[in-house]
Design a binder for this molecule. Structure first.
Ligand SMILES: [Zn+2]
Length: 247
C-alpha cells in the first residue's frame, strides 16, 4: 500500500457505500495513483464539511490521511460537479454504469490517467444535455475495452488470414467470411469506418461522434458482443448482460 499520509490526491468518486449512521466508504479513482478506498466519516450529516465531496461522481482535490490503517478523508475541494441524472433517470443509470464498469475494469492501484480522463469526458457528455444516450453507451463500452488493452482496433485485413475482405466484427478482431466465428456481427464498410472512429477519435471529442441511424444498431450489437465476451473471459462476470442494449 502506497503511503498516503496527509496526501493530496485528485480523484473522482466511482463507488459510494453508506456505513453506520453517518459514514460512507468511497472508492476514488485518482490521478497517478488509481483506485483507492477511503472512509468519509460523518459525511452524511448535512452540516458535515465532507457532505459535498462524498457523493458519487464528485470530482475533487482530496486530502487523505492513512494513519488509522485505512485511508480517511480529511477534506475535498470541488473541481467540477456533475449533475447527471437530476433530470433524467436513464441518464443516471448510464452514469452509474460508467462508474460501475470503471471500478470493475481497473485493478486496485492501477494508475490509468487516460481512463480517468475518458470517464470524466463521458460524464461531461451526459451532463451537457446529450440526446443520444445509447450512442454514449456503446462508445463507452467499445473505447473502454480498447483503453485497458483488450479490444483491438478493427484492422483493414482479416485478423486470422489477412484477406482484405473484412465482413465480421468479433471481440478478438475483424474477420473475413471464411474465418468468421458464428457469433461475429456482420459489418459493412461504413460500419467498420464508424467503429474505427470510436477507437481513434481523441478522447476529448469521442463522445461527440455521430452516426447514421442504420449503423447505430450494428455498433450497439458489436459493443454488446465485446462486453459479454470480455466480462466472461477476464472478469468472470456473466450476470451483467442479461438485458443487452438496455440503455
Ligand atoms: Zn480470414
Amino acid at each position: 500500500m502506497k503511503d498516503l499520509s496527509k496526501q493530496k490526491v485528485r480523484g473522482i468518486v466511482i463507488e459510494s457505500t453508506s456505513k453506520g449512521e453517518n459514514d460512507k466508504w468511497l472508492t476514488l479513482l485518482c490521478k497517478d495513483i488509481g483506485k483507492i478506498t477511503v472512509k468519509s466519516r460523518g459525511c452524511r450529516k448535512p452540516n458535515s464539511k465532507l457532505f459535498g465531496c462524498s457523493g458519487l461522481f464528485c470530482y475533487c482535490d482530496y486530502i487523505i490521511d492513512d494513519h488509522l490503517k485505512y485511508n480517511q478523508l480529511i477534506s475535498g475541494d470541488s473541481l467540477k460537479s456533475f449533475f447527471v441524472g437530476c433530470d433524467n433517470l436513464k441518464k443516471l443509470s448510464l452514469a452509474n454504469y460508467f462508474a460501475y464498469m470503471t471500478n470493475k475494469m481497473l485493478r486496485p492501484e492501477q494508475a490509468d490517467n487516460e481512463f480517468m480522463y475518458f470517464l470524466l469526458k463521458g460524464l461531461q457528455a451526459l451532463d451537457s444535455g446529450l440526446n443520444d444516450l445509447a450512442c454514449a453507451g456503446y462508445i463507452f463500452e467499445l473505447r473502454s475495452l480498447e483503453i485497458i488493452g483488450f479490444l483491438p482496433c478493427p484492422d483493414d485485413c482479416c485478423t486470422s488470414c489477412g484477406s482484405r475482405e473484412t465482413t465480421y466484427f468479433t471481440p478478438e478482431g475483424v474477420l473475413c467470411g471464411e474465418c468468421a466465428a458464428k457469433n461475429g456481427v456482420r459489418v459493412d464498410k461504413n460500419t467498420l469506418y464508424a467503429l474505427k472512429s470510436i477507437f481513434e477519435e481523441p478522447l476529448e471529442s469521442v463522445f461527440k461522434l455521430k452516426f447514421d441511424k442504420d449503423i447505430k444498431p450494428v455498433l450497439s450489437d458489436c459493443a454488446a458482443l465485446a462486453m459479454r465476451y470480455y466480462m466472461k473471459k477476464c472478469f468472470k462476470d456473466t450476470d451483467m448482460f442479461k438485458d443487452e442494449n438496455w440503455y
